[in-house]
Design a protein around this ligand. Structure first.
Ligand code: NAX
Length: 328
């Protein structure tokens, strides 16, 4: 049996947490031969609910679940963590300005970044899901002195999966026929799902979908607005599909990317593709055999894509400016 890895999850008693923990404990995230220790982090008022979730984890008798710790103490929560999955955040309430939301959550992610730097394992990798996830990841990265920037990620895999599913339905093919789907920019309504570089059965999307107006209009807006559509239909935000997006994200980061393909993850930009260095932005990523990753070079950005990417990057710049005082 392998040595257990330690996975810290914030917001563990929330609805994504409820869909996520069982998939981590079952082996879906790290594989069927990798035992896991879970460190579940919640705020005090949610500790009772978290106890209930842990009772259910116990009741699954998962062979791969080695140890579960529940805590509201960040130093305990991130102790020895190999992975930190930062799901918890404070939702926007009626009357709250976006800038207020950025500041409130920013405060959470400075403390978490600092605690990660002080307590996590040397190989720590951090994936932020809690919104606004790009800027929260930026704050955590800037607060985690000594942890390399290339260990910080934010999630746009759910958006990538949504985009693949929309293209597959329109082209009447299977989801697995869609490759090279990139989400650019911010995980927000300005994100750009790039159909110009996506492929269907290895061919340009336009070989299968002749309706350019749909691609440039309804396709993009459906992906951008999918979260809102789910809230409207379900009365609650995406949870199982978000948890699945996170399972896919971690698997993508721990598995070499198939040759010629890529995956969308928000990473710290090195200035590629006209995205300011230091912003956490979604772009096409390739994970190598040795487990390190690179931005895929040479992806063509046409005038249509350029405008969409620039708009989303501008939003990231504005978010960064709104939390400037939280960036060390
Ligand atoms: P819930 O409100 O159900 O759960 C959030 C949990 O976080 C709560 O249990 C709360 O007690 C906890 N929490 C709050 N502050 C905390 C702190 N300082 N430390 C630890 N835990 C804390 O939300 P849920 O539906 O689970 O969504 C979680 C986050 O994911 C939200 O910010 C949401 O906007 C975001 N999402 C991000 C997505 C993405 O693709 N990046 C998609 C899905 C989702 O919208």
């Amino acid at each position: 049996m392998k040595t257990p890895i330690t996975v810290s999850v914030t917001g563990a008693a929330g609805q994504i947490g409820y869909a996520l923990l069982f998939r981590i404990a079952s082996g879906a995230m790290f594989g069927p031969d990798q035992p896991v220790n879970l460190r579940l982090i919640e705020i005090e008022p949610a500790m009772g609910a978290l106890e209930g979730v842990i009772m259910e984890l116990d009741d699954c008798a998962f062979p791969l679940l080695n140890e579960v710790v529940a805590t509201s103490d960040l130093n305990v929560g991130f102790s020895g963590a190999n992975w930190a999955l930062l799901v918890g955040s404070v939702p926007r309430k009626a009357g709250m300005e976006r800038a207020d939301l950025l500041k409130i959550n920013g405060g959470i992610f400075t403390g978490q970044g600092k605690a990660i730097a002080e307590n996590a394992a040397d190989d720590i990798r951090v994936v932020v899901v809690g919104n606004p996830c790009n800027t929260n990841a930026l704050i955590a990265m800037n607060s985690a002195a000594g942890v390399p920037n290339d260990r910080f990620f934010a999630m746009t895999r759910l958006d990538e999966n949504r985009a693949k599913s929309q293209l597959a339905a329109k082209a009447n093919v299977h989801n697995s026929d869609i490759t090279n789907m990139c989400i650019w920019g911010n995980h927000s309504a300005t994100q750009y799902p790039d159909f110009t570089n996506a492929k269907i059965k290895g061919q340009p999307v336009t070989d299968f979908i002749k309706d350019q107006e749909w691609l440039e209009g309804e396709f993009i807006s459906t992906v951008q607005q999918r979260g809102a559509a789910i809230i409207k239909a379900r009365g609650a935000s995406s949870a199982a599909s978000a948890a699945n997006g996170l399972v896919d994200t971690v698997r993508a980061l721990t598995t070499p990317t198939p040759a010629g393909d890529w995956t969308s993850i928000c990473v710290c930009s090195d200035g590629s593709y006209g995205i300011d260095a230091g912003l956490i932005a979604s772009m096409p990523i390739f994970v190598k055999e040795d487990g390190s990753w690179d931005v895929v070079p040479g992806v063509e950005v046409d005038a249509f894509s350029r405008e969409k990417i620039d708009a989303s990057v501008q939003e990231l710049r504005d978010e960064k400016a709104a939390v400037a005082d939280l960036l060390a």
